[in-house]
Design a protein around this ligand. Structure first.
Ligand code: SF4
Length: 329
């Protein structure tokens, strides 16, 4: 079976319909035994120091043969993906392209063309992929339950993060993924809700810190919302499969994301938000707009390489939680 890698969330059902095994390259990098070594390797190959760690991790994963082909998302992801795709092409690695529209008008018709184009490039059709959609729909409805249980405090912020972030490729094997999800849901339904009183939402690209969720929970916080991870799970239930990707906020402008965040803050009764930003990522600039429009306190934290939270960030997070506790508890 051909392993088809991608640089960010794409309509995974098209890959499944083509008979390929989907593989989110971000997950290959971050779940590897030694992610820091992936970065060192990429830098030794000439990737600049001031390029974000995820790009370097993806580069290493691909050139070391994690996948046979790559889908590069050329609009709606990251401008670095263009040059990354060129590096792969230069090395003879087959690259398919997919784009999300920048503008709001005609979003759906733009996406329909992109879906048809990617399906054809992979050797399938959108019609054939509808069978895979039935399969993923069953899993996606369980992911919505997982998210509801997170709001109730029966699923931890980390469990929510890792399960939703892995739904981009279902860990390459949707049957095993679903079994593990069923086991987690069964266990979580029987748990007592968390007694941690500070309700936190985490915004931004998935954090490269491997211990931030444990750190927050040890200090009395409960993460009840992982913004981008939830979007990666394609939460829309629109009966039109392609329209769900028009409602998926991550590839579009910051205002589309803000609408979703504001709604979730209210519904989940969130006391404060942690906005995670990645060093050298253009999305850091969106922090300015977010802060202007959000009505709850926001703490922005920045991460660079894989590993634990640095001591300065620990102190800032602790002070933020103390402030929220004094205000709400
Ligand atoms: S964190 Fe930012 S710079 Fe890095 S791959 Fe993601 S979007 Fe691109």
């Amino acid at each position: 079976m051909k392993r088809i890698g991608f640089t960010t969330t794409i309509p995974v059902e098209l890959v499944m319909a083509s008979g390929g095994a989907p593989c989110d390259l971000n997950n290959v990098f971050i779940t590897s035994e030694n992610p820091s070594e992936y970065i060192d390797f990429a830098e030794s190959e000439g990737l600049p120091r001031n390029i974000c760690a995820w790009i370097k991790g993806i580069y290493t994963a691909v050139v070391r043969g994690a996948v046979d082909e790559v889908i590069a998302v050329t609009e709606g992801d990251c401008s670095n993906s263009h040059a990354l795709a060129e590096l792969f092409m230069e090395q003879g690695i087959p690259v398919h392209s997919f784009a999300y529209p920048f503008g709001k008008s005609d979003r759906l018709s733009f996406l329909k063309n992109e879906f048809e184009g990617l399906a054809s490039s992979l050797g399938t059709t959108v019609g054939v992929a509808m069978e895979s959609v039935k399969r993923t729909d069953r899993v996606r409805s369980k992911l919505r339950e997982l998210d509801r249980l997170t709001v109730e405090g029966r699923v931890t912020g980390f469990e929510n993060h890792i399960t939703l972030v892995s739904s981009t490729d279902f860990n390459g094997d949707i049957d095993t993924y679903e079994k593990e999800l069923d086991a987690l849901l069964y266990d979580a339904r029987g748990r007592e809700p968390s007694t941690n009183s500070i309700r936190i939402g985490v915004l931004g690209v998935p954090t490269i810190f491997d211990d931030i969720y444990a750190f927050l929970e040890e200090r009395g916080a409960q993460v009840v919302f992982n913004e981008i991870q939830r979007q990666f799970s394609i939460p829309s239930t629109n009966p039109d499969y392609i329209a769900r990707y028009a409602e998926y906020t991550y590839p579009y402008d910051v205002f589309t994301r803000l609408e979703d965040i504001q709604k979730q803050v209210e519904e989940r009764k969130i006391h404060g938000l942690i906005h995670y930003v990645q060093s050298f990522c253009y999305r850091q600039m969106q922090d300015i707009t977010m802060r202007k429009h959000l009505d709850v306190p926001v703490l922005t934290v920045e991460g660079d390489g894989p590993g634990g939270i640095d001591s300065r960030t620990r102190i800032r997070v602790e002070s933020f939680l103390e402030m929220l506790e004094a205000k709400h508890v």
